[in-house]
Design a protein around this ligand. Structure first.
Ligand code: APR
Length: 252
């Protein structure tokens, strides 16, 4: 059941921000990070994979793990949540889509100008000179997680390629974070979809929007939220609730 006050806020919104995490891609078959028992960080310690130190220590383990993730993404398809978010952008005057995800399912669902706070699996770059390969990567060689795969070499300097994602301890792309914060400061409604809200600075975005006066909605099977007013928790999955939200607000 979508609260009437949220429907009214959406219908009257000039600017809507959608902020997504791994949960929006869960129903496309891509494992989230902290959801037990399938949570990725349950099985792999992020410190041994998602850091520059881990890559220096064992580039083949880290590259092999991300290539396994990239294979998952290539085999996955956008789910009804991705499609509803793309459709929502056609129903409101302005929509800013900010994601923590490194997959391209929002783009493949038809969303444009997606702000990726944590980079992308499809944009590898050289660990040494930071330049990108002139050709996109081919199909991943790594069908299973946790197996070693030697990273390709940089065509410019011979260094090793690294995944184009933000690792723990690294800064987020400044332009992306600035744009995401600016949207939080100016949107009328922020819909947070499938994020545990534990990784900063991205996790500040919903709270920042609420403090700026926006109506906040969380789409998540787990309980979230801490404000009495202007905040709604839609308990359920993204693929179920996002189409319902679109239909309730715009009969779409
Ligand atoms: N629909 C909606 N939400 C879901 C679904 C679903 N089908 N399945 C799980 N969730 C929720 C979980 O309840 C959880 O709150 O999605 C959230 C997933 O949380 P995380 O696994 O922590 O993913 P995320 O919040 O995106 O992590 C943020 O942490 O490891 C880093 O860089 C990584 O971008 C990632 C960041």
């Amino acid at each position: 059941m979508i609260p009437a006050a949220l429907i009214t806020a959406l219908r009257g919104a000039r600017h809507v921000q959608v902020f997504t995490g791994a949960g929006v891609s869960a129903e496309s078959g891509i494992a989230t990070f902290r959801d037990t028992p399938s949570g990725l960080w349950e099985r792999y310690d992020p410190a041994t994979l998602a850091t520059a130190h881990a890559f220096r220590q064992d580039p083949a383990l880290v590259w092999g793990w991300y290539e396994w993730r990239r294979m998952q993404v290539l085999l996955a398809r956008p789910n009804p949540a991705h499609l509803a978010i793309a459709a929502l952008a056609q129903r409101v005057p302005k929509l800013t889509l900010v994601t923590q995800n490194v997959d391209d399912l929002h783009e493949r669902a038809g969303s444009t100008e997606v702000i990726h706070l944590h980079g992308s699996l499809h944009q590898p770059r050289c660990f040494a000179c930071a330049r990108s390969p002139s050709q996109p990567l081919g199909l991943p060689d790594e069908p299973e997680g946790g197996r070693h795969l030697e990273p390709p070499r940089c065509e410019h300097c011979g260094g090793r390629l690294r995944p184009g994602v933000v690792w723990f301890g690294e800064s987020l792309p400044e332009a992306a974070l600035t744009a995401a914060f600016a949207a939080a400061d100016s949107c009328d409604v922020l819909i947070s979809v499938g994020t545990s809200g534990v990784v900063h600075p991205a996790a500040q975005i919903p709270e920042r929007a609420w403090r700026a006066g926006a109506v906040l909605a969380h789409v998540n099977p787990q309980p979230l939220g801490s404000h009495a007013e202007r905040e709604f928790l839609l308990r359920g999955t993204a693929a179920q609730l996002m189409p319902q939200l679109l239909q309730a607000a715009f009969n779409d």
